[in-house]
Design a protein around this ligand. Structure first.
Ligand SMILES: Cc1ncc(COP(=O)(O)O)c(C=O)c1O
Length: 435
């Protein structure tokens, strides 16, 4: 399967790729390449699935959009419309979420090493919840004291379940810079309960990303409830909120599950059912349930369009199709050999007939977008569309080799709208000083 087709991502009657009702060849004429394109309907549908299913299957809870997946002002207008909050992990993400008119109360501030400046900014902005690592307790309590503020916190706990795509492992302790092992967490709960400036609401965990199996989530929930019961008995601590992080996977390429909206709905149902069963099992108070999806909200909603440049055929070895972007707009291949699918957007109805690798234009041999994918014979000037680039592409973009970060366009019902302007050479040199 070359793409995960849907009504708003398909090949149109002209044989071109269409997203959000917009013909990709027209988008390229209007905005140039490289170009990030987002499908507003798909992103909205995903927001609605999380918000509505939480309400339907659990009741009191909230979905937060994980800003790290793609952070720009316009995204918050969409997620807000569906009642989602946001999680942020830096002062920069917080600034953008507030500029995107998110209510500060609906923002959760994460990060394993928040700076004093970031914490002050979060507190003064009225951020609703700070998610703490164990070693941040005194630091946050002191800052709150100096500012005369009390803040709501969640403690990030590691249930010892680490999941990635189709595998998960369970360990007694997790080797991670995030959170505190569940076996060590009770002491920290006791410590936080004694801090006059911190109000511990409950716990947070995030077991991994791009996970398709429900099992690791359910195992983590069982472990967390054993802990919730333990701290209730030993410390009298009542867990009012449980945040289970993000992590549900998306389709990138052959071999990945092509999940439908109903699959995501079912994911929320199974999580909700498991939480409810545990509430009953341990006879504990029902916590407010929070989920933090990022990739599954925005990932498949995005594609990247490039113009094909040189095609290098190393006979008997490999054919490289070069594009006018690369690791600067999509570093996921060079970081962890992420898999992607692509097609020629201007000849989307042609059958793929050869195996090629997509090479970026940066001065790194590892700067590839995909290896050994099937395409029709590509030639200079063709438009290459890479799928499922909505998450962790724009947000991970860099200016390596002083390549500009591409603009972002949002499409709906055939209309397109620029939501992030293209970077100019001047923008990139703006902070350089003469010498
Ligand atoms: C704490 C936390 N919450 C949410 C997410 C979002 O995860 P995903 O994009 O896989 O849904 C992440 C991703 O790393 C995370 O670290």
């Amino acid at each position: 399967m070359q793409m995960n087709y849907r009504e708003t991502l398909k090949v149109n009657n002209s044989g071109n790729l269409e997203i959000g009702g917009a013909d990709c060849t027209n988008l390229v004429k209007q905005y140039g390449t490289p170009l990030y394109v987002l499908d507003e309907k798909h992103i909205s549908d995903m927001c609605a699935v999380y918000a509505n299913s939480l309400k339907e299957y659990y009741g009191s809870g909230k979905a937060l959009y994980a800003s790290k997946a793609l952070c720009c002002k316009a995204i918050y207008s969409i997620v807000r419309k569906y009642g989602l909050g946001a999680d942020v992990v830096s002062g920069g993400e917080l600034f953008t979420a507030l500029a995107g008119k998110m209510d500060a109360k609906d923002i959760y501030f994460h990060g394993n090493n928040k700076t004093e400046q970031e914490i002050i900014y979060a507190l003064e902005s009225g951020v609703g919840t700070i998610v703490l690592n164990g070693e941040e307790v005194d630091f946050l309590n002191d800052i709150c004291g100096r500012l005369g503020k009390k803040c709501d916190v969640l403690l990030r706990v590691n249930p010892g379940v680490e999941a990635h795509t189709h595998h998960y492992i369970q360990t007694a302790k997790t080797d991670s810079k995030f959170g505190v092992s569940v076996s060590d967490a009770a002491d920290i709960v006791s410590d936080i309960m004694q801090k006059e400036n911190l109000n511990l609401k409950g716990f947070h965990c995030h077991i991994g990303s791009q996970i398709f199996e429900i099992k690791p989530f359910l195992v983590a929930i069982d472990i967390l409830f054993k802990f919730i019961d333990e701290v209730k008995r030993s410390l009298g601590f009542i867990t009012k909120e449980l945040n289970l992080g993000g992590g549900y996977g998306i389709w990138y390429a052959e071999g990945d599950k092509a999940a439908s909206l109903d699959d995501y709905k079912d994911f929320v149902k199974q999580i909700s059912d498991c939480v409810k069963q545990n509430i009953e099992k341990y006879n504990v108070e029902k916590p407010y349930l929070v989920l933090e999806p990022g990739r599954s909200i925005i990932g498949e909603g995005g594609i990247t369009l490039y113009t094909v440049g040189g095609v290098k055929d190393i006979k008997g070895i490999k054919k490289y199709v070069s594009i006018d972007g690369g690791m600067t707009d999509n570093p996921r291949y060079i970081l962890y050999q992420a898999k992607y699918s692509a097609l020629l957007a201007n000849r989307a109805d042609e059958m793929p007939s050869e195996t090629v690798s997509i090479a970026g234009k940066c001065c790194e041999s590892g700067d590839l977008i995909a290896e050994n994918i099937k395409l029709p014979p590509a030639k200079r000037g063709d438009i290459l569309a890479v799928f499922s680039t909505g998450a962790y592409n724009y947000s991970m973009a860099s200016n390596y080799n002083r390549n500009a970060v591409p603009p972002v366009v949002l499409c709906k019902d055939g209309n397109s709208r620029l939501i992030v302007k293209p970077q100019s050479y001047k923008d990139m040199a703006r902070n350089d000083l003469d010498y």
